[in-house]
Design a protein around this ligand. Structure first.
Ligand code: GUN
Length: 290
């Protein structure tokens, strides 16, 4: 049996349309557009692509995009001064500092300098704390996007379902586990030190794979009918010499024979991240205006 494909690209497009409607209504109410500031330090090619797509999507949704670029030898003082300026700028509702930063800059120091109420990435420890105690704040975009896809498929209430999150990063694994717990799933966080990972995954009605290892999760690890969310985006050598292709953390060909539903790579979780970033920015704009 072949799994249903969870079309994150289509879901994200629908979400972006809805955000566009909110953006129009916000502009009429507030007399200004909502605004997202994105800061890029250095020339990392992948980061440049991400930042460009974020800027384009922001403008397409009817918001202002403010792009700030600093040289890769920018000092911490220079970056912190820019963050402070954006914190105090009333036209800016959301601030995102693109990661990774060059090695001489401490990411935690920089993230901690962002006003938590403009931290649309949800990376500030205040927002991590708010999520863990159930207070209103900002939730990191990728796990929130995964939850939206899951709830669209399975319903809001995940009571009685076993979820396994593979990966314990601050950006995906930990907030994902928190969100699933809040939705009443029974959650296991698995990681590189987990014993007999295939057996742990086999118990799961919901699998979220966020480890960054190409095609690590095999088809025979998956419980028949499970819903599989693949957060991985890994570039590997393609069939033809010199060509590459993108694969997830799940062996898609195998897993889609066993799962009930599965996100593809590309076109699954990836497009959700930017859509949720726009959503968080819109939420910030409304909160700040009220
Ligand atoms: N680098 C890769 N993904 C992200 C993201 O979602 N936010 C930030 N700030 N940097 C990233």
């Amino acid at each position: 049996m072949s799994a249903q494909v969870i079309d994150g690209k289509a879901f994200a497009a629908g979400l972006r349309d809805k955000i566009g409607e909110f953006a129009t209504a916000f502009e009429a109410k507030a007399g200004r557009k909502a605004g997202l500031a994105v800061v890029l330090v250095g020339e990392d090619p992948a980061s440049q692509v991400y930042v460009r797509s974020k800027g384009k999507a922001t403008v397409a949704a009817g918001m202002n995009s403010y792009e700030h670029r600093l040289n890769d030898d920018a000092s911490e003082e220079e970056l912190l001064a820019l963050v402070e300026k954006l914190n105090n700028d009333p036209a800016v509702d959301g601030i995102l500092v693109q990661l990774p930063l060059p090695k001489h800059l401490d990411e935690q120091t920089v993230i901690s300098a962002i006003d938590p109420d403009k931290d649309v990435d949800g990376f500030h420890i205040i927002n991590a704390g708010r999520l863990s105690v159930g207070q209103e704040g900002f939730v990191p975009c990728t796990p929130l996007g995964c939850l939206m896809l899951l709830q669209d498929k399975l319903g809001k209430d995940l009571s009685g379902l076993n979820a396994v999150v593979i990966g314990r990063s601050n950006i995906v694994g930990k907030p994902m586990a928190q969100l699933l717990t809040d939705a009443n799933a029974t959650v296991t966080i698995a990681h590189s030190r987990t014993k007999d990972l295939p057996a742990v995954v086999k118990q799961a009605d919901i699998v979220v794979a966020a480890v960054g290892r190409p095609e690590m999760v095999k088809g025979d690890w998956i419980k028949p009918g499970a819903t599989v969310i693949d957060v991985g985006i890994n570039r590997v050598a393609g069939a033809e010499e010199g060509k590459t292709r993108l694969v997830g953390d799940v062996d898609y060909a195998q897993a889609s024979e066993v799962a009930g539903a599965i996100t593809p790579v590309p076109g699954g979780v990836g497009p959700m991240t930017i859509a949720v970033l726009l959503r968080n920015t819109m939420v910030s704009a409304y909160r700040r205006e009220n």
